[in-house]
Design a protein around this ligand. Sequence first.
Ligand code: RTP
Ligand code: MG
Length: 156
Amino acid sequence: ANRLGSKKERTLAMIKPDAITKVGDIIQLIYEANLIVTKAKMTKLTWKQAADFYTEHQSKSFFNNLLQFVTSGPVIAMELMGDEAVSVWRKLLGPTDSGVARKEAATSLRAQFGTDGTRNGAHGSDSLASAARELEFFFPSTTGHGPSNTATYKDS
Ligand code: RTP
Ligand code: MG
């Protein structure tokens, strides 16, 4: 904790396919909450990647619907950083079900940009441990043996 008693944290935010065109509004919410975007990546998850990301939910009744949804289009994963970033981002999201969010937290992201209980606009890590796992999922640390993002090629 710093001298004001707050803790700098990192968390994983993921804009889901239903809210992909709302990225501008969502970054404004992030900015106004005093969080910063330190990494970002747009990607389309395969079924296998989505199942791995949501492995904690594999036995839930909604698992297949969830995977169907999150693989239906591109997502934007972001590393957010700031004081108590994990809980601050979860608070911005609002309740899991967008319908409930519209009743109980009308200014939340899910109230504004989500649709229903599954199509709910965005994801946020629910703990520091989840954040560490989910950040590694989208932004794997490199080994330190040189650039890992250069394409290899054959001279022709
Ligand atoms: P998230 O992980 O996406 O930030 O959401 P959460 O913690 O608020 O909710 P969680 O229980 O972790 O559920 C993960 C995602 O599964 C979908 N879901 N559908 N009854 C349903 O149809 C249902 N319940 C959950 C949502 O997309 C939820 O965000
Ligand atoms: Mg969750």
